[in-house]
Write a protein that binds this ligand. Structure first.
Ligand code: UT7
Length: 332
């Protein structure tokens, strides 16, 4: 019997129109374009300005982009995973609403929360369902409205994050393409270094927590940076070694976009000498948390050829991190 692998067969995306530039941030906090550019690689990020819209708005648009591109009947979709750190609401699953809105009436869906690694973990989950033979069309959407949890008076975080959504359709493949291997890890040692303190069961929201700005995201940037560099690089090297991949075998590095210096350090450890293989779009969107990886796929899709070897990497709050080795399944 032919082995079934899980391949990405389409990608879609949506980013809001409004561009928050480094120049505009200079008017909000004590920062400057030069600092932001050299320390992070970010030039601008997109912001969903409409207060009446949440993460689902962007997730729906990204999903509809795939339906349009593939001329796909939404009734054929079996399941929808919305990878997000900013669900519309903490209880009603965003994925359920997204499924209804796009007409995926035969699908079930749920949200997957693993901070910046949510999309990578979502890829693994989707692949598991496809490989089992149980489902044929699984949509993984990475979407975050980071502007809803960012304190625009805190220069250590507001310069980093942006809003956006990206999506990938996973389908069975019998040519051996798609997800080949993965190395995923998590470690609660990181829980206090990158977090939103209040609003969860540990510290429910109150007047006091809001006054203390504990509903905003906070991070110990230096510590997160240190862990991110070593963990992401270790994960990629691990996946390469156990699959006998040399730097020449790797066609593309698709990494979470948190800081250009972290991506460069990871590529360096992987021995990637050809800079064109290191895919970067952080300058346009900043760190969109769960959306970074599908936004890279979307922006560079035209460069990918059937059979290309892609190494994915991510690191995020929790801590959560990992690497996935995937063979691209189509020419666009
Ligand atoms: O996606 C989830 C995972 N997250 C990450 O991977 C993020 C990891 N961390 C980072 O990317 C970096 O740590 C940051 C970009 C957040 C910060 O860069 P850094 O090189 O680690 O800077 P730092 O925190 O060590 O700060 C250096 C200096 C400090 O001043 P002093 O103490 O040296 O006088 C900061 O107060 O830069 C100052 N600073 C700023 N200056 C201008 C901090 N933020 C800013 C700012 N503009 N926005």
């Amino acid at each position: 019997m032919t082995k079934i692998t899980a391949a990405i067969t389409a990608v879609g995306a949506y980013v809001p129109e409004y561009k928050l530039t480094n120049k505009e941030l200079e008017t909000l906090v004590d920062t400057n374009d030069e600092w932001i550019t050299t320390r992070t690689g970010i030039k601008e990020r997109r912001i969903l300005k409409d207060d009446s819209k949440g993460t689902s708005y962007m997730a729906i648009k990204a999903a509809e982009d795939i339906l349009r591109k593939r001329d796909l009947d939404p009734k054929e979709i079996d399941m929808i995973i919305v990878a997000t750190a900013t669900p519309d609401m903490s209880v009603a699953a965003t994925a359920a609403f997204v499924a209804s809105e796009i007409g995926a009436v035969n699908a079930f869906g749920y949200d997957l929360a693993a901070a910046c690694s949510s999309f990578l973990y979502g890829m693994s989950t989707a692949a598991g369902y496809i490989e089992s033979g149980r489902y044929k069309k699984v949509l993984v959407i990475g979407a975050d409205k980071m502007s809803s949890i960012v304190d625009y008076t805190d220069r250590t975080t507001c310069i980093i994050f942006g809003d956006g959504a990206g999506a990938a359709l996973f389908e069975p493949n019998e040519e051996g393409l798609g997800l080949q291997d993965e190395y995923l890890r998590s470690d609660g040692v990181g829980r206090n270094f990158l977090r939103i303190e209040a609003g969860g069961s540990l510290k429910p929201a109150s007047h006091e927590t809001v006054d203390n700005k504990q509903h905003f995201i906070k991070q110990d940037g230096k510590t997160v940076f240190k862990y991110a560099v070593s963990s992401m690089a270790d994960a990629c090297v691990n996946v390469m070694e156990r699959n006998n991949l040399s730097h020449e075998d790797v066609d593309w590095l698709v990494s979470h976009q948190a800081n250009k210096r972290i991506i460069d350090a990871t590529a360096n450890r992987m021995g990637l000498k050809d800079k064109n293989k290191i895919l970067i779009n952080i300058e346009k969107y900043g760190n969109t948390t769960s959306a970074t990886i599908p936004l890279v796929l979307f922006d560079f899709e035209k460069q990918f050829k059937k059979g290309d070897t892609i190494v994915f990497a991510s690191f995020g709050g929790g801590f959560t991190w990992g690497s996935i080795y995937l063979k691209w399944a189509y020419n666009s």
